[in-house]
Every structure is written in structure tokens, then in C-alpha cells.
Design a protein around this ligand. Structure first.
Ligand code: COI
Length: 352
């Protein structure tokens, strides 16, 4: 049972052409509390509001927190659809287990998403390339400095009408390959969607940005050779007619878009090799003219062509820095399914 408290102070909606990513938030949010004695309880939709937390709350000190990211789309037929929410719910619970957070009830989670979207339906943008980005997250709220899992949590869902994640849109992005610092290590928490994995990338991201790069590509922690992922995306390469992507090693996020792209490619008869890929191999292929395309995938980034890499000072232009045919076809097909203009043969879309 989800209680709803309607906001009496509805906000003005921003112009759809100026949405950007994650700047505006809808009128309501979903909340759920956890106490060890009661489990998850008090499911409610309330006006969007600040959270009041004790300064000793464990999330501030030990980073016990998880988030997710998924989208709802205003279809060309006027219907609203969520893209693969079950996959995000399952991943959130895998992250919860890894970070010692009590698992959420999947049915309640899905019902909360649907009800919140219904309450804030007027916020779902309809212009091409826009969507409603949904950010569920959980934080450890117990005020206790002992280094142990919290006994209290808050789960919340907030929503933001968005346009393209990168200012480049579908145009290729430039990526800096980090050869000194690492994002995650084998056996660590790299595949959990936890805040520290992102904070760990900011220093390199800032440096990369100062040199004109949009994002950082991460290499493995042991040898600094094997490609893992890019800041907010999984990554794919088309080398000599074959598509490959780093295998999920435990330190890479298991992207929902990544798995969808693999399924799409396979449905077109294109084999995808999930394997270890070294940065040397990519550069050798590039120098030999065999690196046809590269692109990143993610909920926020969708399919984002990679036009240039910079590794140890050496620049590598990919596909003349232009959007490749396969990246374009994948982008068009995936977004077509999401907006309801391409048949959803995979059963990915959930009408709300
Ligand atoms: C997403 O694509 O949803 C992400 O989580 C990436 C980033 C915005 C954190």
C-alpha cells in the first residue's frame, strides 16, 4: 500500500529544449524506511523535499549507499513506457547484497515506480531525444559511528526530465584513457552501483576535462592494460568486422543498455565477443586501420559514439571522428523501441 501526499506547490516546468541532464526534478518523490525491527515500511509518495539526516548517519562516513538509473519514455503514440525496469530492480538488489543493505521487495519497487510516474505524469517530456530519468537510491541513516552495516535506511526515488547526457548528443565524444589511477579492482565493489565508484573517478575526469576530453576510460587495476568501462558507460569496439566488449569481470558495471545492445546485435546476426580487450590491441587495430567504430552504452548516455582516444599522450582517431553506421543503427533502433516507433520484439518496454 503506497500512501500519496499531493504537493500543493507545483513547480513551473522547464522548456524541453533546455533540459540537459539531471538539473530539474519533478514535484513528488517516493520514500520507504527501514528499521531492523520492522523491515522496509511506510511506503509513501510525498512532495519533493530535502532530507533531514543526523550528521552521524553512516552514509556520510562509510558510504553505504546504492543508486540506480532508468528511464520512462513518452511514446509517439502518447503512451508512457518504462525500459526494462525489472533489470534495474534486480541489479539494485545485487548491489544491495554487495553493500550489506537489506534487499528491497521487487514488486513494491515496481509499483512505486509506476505510481510515482502516474502522479508526476505531466513532467514526462515529449520532444525528440527527451525522457524522464528515474533515480532510485538507498542511504544508510543510522546515527552511529561504529564501522558496521547500518540498522536503519531510507530508500527514495526521484525523477528528472532530461535531454541528452553529453552536450555532443549523438556526435562522437573524445575519451581520455587513464593509465595511472584505477576505478575498481577485482573482488572489490566495481560492479555495484555505489556512490564511491563514481567519486573515485572525479579527479581523473577533471583532468581529462581540462584537456578537452568528455570522459575517462578505465583500465584494470592489476596491469593497467585491460579495458573496463568509461565513466558513465560500458564500451564496445568494432575491430576488423567483429564486435567486442569487455567481459563482465566483477569490476565492471553490468549495464542494462549493454545487455540490450548485445541482444540487438545478435538478433541482426552480428556476433558479440565478450572478452578481455587490451588498450594496446585497440591502438594496434587503430594504427592498422582495422578499428572501424567504438561506442559507449548506458541509460543516461544511450549509445554514444567514441570519436577519439588519448592514451599515454597518443591520440587515436576512430572512424575519422564521425558517427559509425553501426552506432547510428543501434541508436536509432534502441531509441525507436523506447519511443514505440520500432517493434519491441524483446518485450523490454513496460507500459505504465
Ligand atoms: C546511468 O546511465 O543511469 C548512470 O548511472 C550513469 C551516470 C549518469 C551515473
Amino acid at each position: 500500500m503506497i500512501r500519496v501526499e499531493q504537493s500543493t506547490n507545483l513547480k513551473a516546468k522547464p522548456p524541453q529544449g533546455e533540459l540537459g541532464f539531471g538539473k530539474y526534478f519533478t514535484d513528488h518523490m517516493f520514500m520507504l524506511d527501514y528499521e531492523a525491527s520492522q523491515g522496509w515500511h511506510d511506503a509513501r509518495i510525498v512532495p519533493y523535499q530535502p532530507l533531514t539526516l543526523d550528521p552521524a548517519a553512516k552514509v556520510f562516513h562509510y558510504g553505504q549507499t546504492i543508486f540506480e538509473g532508468l528511464k520512462a519514455y513518452h511514446g509517439s503514440d502518447g503512451r508512457v513506457r518504462l525500459f526494462r525496469p525489472e533489470a534495474n530492480i534486480a541489479r539494485m538488489n545485487r548491489s544491495n547484497v554487495r553493500m550489506s543493505v537489506p534487499e528491497l521487495d521487487s514488486e513494491l519497487f515496481l509499483a512505486a515506480l509506476e505510481r510515482l510516474i502516474e502522479v508526476d505524469a505531466a513532467w514526462i517530456p515529449s520532444e525528440p531525444g527527451t525522457s524522464l530519468y528515474i533515480r532510485p537510491f538507498v542511504i544508510a541513516t543510522q546515527a552511529l559511528l561504529g564501522v558496521a552495516p547500518s540498522e536503519q535506511y531510507q530508500f527514495a526515488i526521484i525523477m528528472s526530465p532530461v535531454g541528452a547526457y553529453y552536450p555532443e548528443g549523438i556526435n562522437p565524444v573524445r575519451i581520455f584513457v587513464e593509465s595511472e589511477h584505477v576505478r575498481a579492482s577485482v573482488g572489490g565493489v566495481g560492479e555495484a552501483k555505489t556512490a564511491g565508484n563514481y567519486a573515485a573517478t572525479f579527479m581523473s575526469q577533471q583532468t581529462a576535462k581540462e584537456s578537452g576530453y568528455t570522459q575517462v576510460m578505465w583500465l584494470d587495476s592489476a596491469q593497467h592494460r585491460y579495458i573496463e568501462e568509461v565513466g558513465s558507460m560500458n564500451v564496445f569496439f568494432c575491430i576488423d568486422g567483429k564486435v567486442c566488449t569487455p567481459a563482465l569481470s566483477g569490476s565492471i558495471l553490468a549495464g542494462v543498455t549493454r545487455s540490450s545492445i548485445i541482444q540487438l546485435l545478435e538478433s541482426w546476426g552480428i556476433e558479440v565477443l565478450e572478452r578481455a580487450i587490451t588498450i594496446e590491441e585497440v591502438y594496434e587495430a587503430g594504427r592498422a586501420g582495422l578499428l572501424e567504430e567504438s561506442f559507449g552504452t548506458g541509460t543516461a548516455a544511450v549509445v554514444s559514439p567514441i570519436g577519439e582516444l588519448c592514451w599515454r599522450g597518443e591520440q587515436l582517431l576512430i572512424g575519422d571522428g564521425r558517427t559509425g553506421a553501426l552506432s547510428k543503427r543501434l541508436y536509432d533502433t534502441l531509441t525507436g523501441i523506447q519511443y514505440g516507433t520500432v517493434e519491441d520484439r524483446f518485450g523490454w518496454m513496460r507500459e505504465t
